[in-house]
Design a binder for this molecule. Structure first.
Ligand SMILES: Nc1ncnc2c1ncn2[C@@H]1O[C@H](COP(=O)(O)OP(=O)(O)OP(=O)(O)O)[C@@H](O)[C@H]1O
Ligand SMILES: [Mg+2]
Length: 362
């Protein structure tokens, strides 16, 4: 069994991270499909607002928050979904509101409507929530998460803690305190802050924010518990962070920073997918005389030169990958599995393409 098969057979969550355009979405889809081939019920979810996952599967416009069955393989299944921030937020409100009136009050709030689908912090937290929800869904035993390019991926990982910090912040408590005379009861220390915020965002918006936070009363416990569960899930033994790279130095530097920040959040990635590698051919063995005037020999020499050039490039790429993996290996545990994926002849824009990529994984 190859290294990747072991991961696919045992893990419950695989998070694919990496720089822009290296193949995170494509690899995430191929991983879910490979897990399906092993008899697992895998769902791949993209939290990137770009619609690449649907494109890669040839299902443009068809993916939503509700997972869609893409392929049944024997007893295994591959499903796919795409994060819809507003509907995840709406569901959460429904779940934690004490009454339907409270849920309706929040959902009709102007501020809520404007942040629920668009604010990046909300997106990050809802992504984390969606991961937890799919993990708890009895239809699936593996969730493969496709993230947005590096920096945003980290925002998503840190979002549960950020939310908890916000809910515990004194300002939040003051703003959500039962309203007796509105803003007048707000202490002298907070008022200047509110004034500044009000000036920046407009005071109408400010009162919408306060109404929204007040309507939130009592729900923060539910949210904080949920955030705690996501945080634990991200660091669980059967959660793997997979780093997807392609062999060019610039993005590799960026990815190195991403890995360092993962360590700083107590997350140790244990598998690297080195994608889009040039195939490694053997050294040509034909021995030809350069002075030959035979046309076939000329063609053969030209081919040999090309094979040599490709081979050199392929070796350089593998050196880059090796030094990247050496640099990221944390001293105590040491084990990082590297999986090489060759450059395919064409872009991957349908299930057949994802299947070909999955073939090259094991
Ligand atoms: N092994 C491969 N061979 C050939 N083309 C590939 C391979 N892997 C990915 N691609 C192509 O590279 C492009 C980028 O891939 P993909 O969208 O999966 O990257 P990404 O890391 O998710 O990008 P983003 O950071 O924009 O989300 C796509 O056109 C895809 O078809
Ligand atoms: Mg992508």
């Amino acid at each position: 069994m190859s290294g990747v098969d072991v991961f696919l057979g045992t893990q419950r969550v695989i998070v694919c991270c990496g720089s822009g355009g290296v193949g995170k979405t494509t690899v995430a889809a191929a991983l879910a499909l490979s897990a399906g081939r092993q008899g697992r019920r895998a769902v791949v979810i993209t939290i990137d607002p770009a619609r690449r996952l649907a494109d890669a599967l040839g299902r443009r416009g068809e993916l939503s928050n509700e997972p869609t069955l893409v392929e049944r393989i024997g007893t295994g299944e591959m499903w796919a979904a795409m994060l819809d921030v507003s509907s995840t937020f709406n569901d959460l409100i429904g779940r934690f509101a004490a009454t339907t009136e409270q849920a309706d009050l929040i959902r009709s709030n102007v501020f809520y409507k404007s942040i629920s689908g668009s604010l990046s912090g909300t997106r990050d937290y809802m992504a984390a929530e969606m991961l937890l929800r799919l993990h708890e869904d009895p239809r699936f035993d593996l969730v493969v998460l496709d993230t947005a390019p590096s920096r945003n991926a980290l925002d998503f990982i840190e979002s549960p803690e950020r939310l908890v910090r916000f809910l515990r912040h004194p300002l939040f408590r003051i703003l959500t305190a039962p309203s007796r005379g509105g803003l007048r009861v707000i202490g002298a220390t907070v008022q200047p802050v509110l004034k500044i915020i009000g000036r920046v965002v407009g005071s109408n918006v400010m009162s919408d924010v306060i109404d929204f936070l007040r309507a939130f009363e009592g729900m923060e416990t539910g949210f904080a518990e949920r955030a705690g569960s996501v945080s634990r899930l991200l660091r669980a033994n059967d959660t793997t962070f997979a780093i997807v790279i392609s062999p060019s130095p610039e993005p590799l530097n960026d990815t190195g920073l991403l890995v360092d920040r993962l360590y700083a959040t107590r997350i140790t990635p244990s598998i690297v997918f080195a994608n889009r590698l040039t195939p490694l051919f053997d050294e040509p063995t034909t021995i030809l005389d350069a002075s030959s005037s035979n046309a076939d020999d000329g063609v053969q020499m030209w081919l040999d030169d090309n094979v040599r050039a490709l081979r050199e490039r392929a070796l350089r790429e593998r050196d880059l990958v090796t030094s990247f993996v050496d640099r990221m290996t944390p001293p105590p545990t040491g084990a990082v599995t590297t999986v090489e994926i060759g450059e395919q002849h064409t872009d991957i824009h349908d299930l057949e393409g994802v299947m070909r990529l999955a073939d090259s994984l094991s």
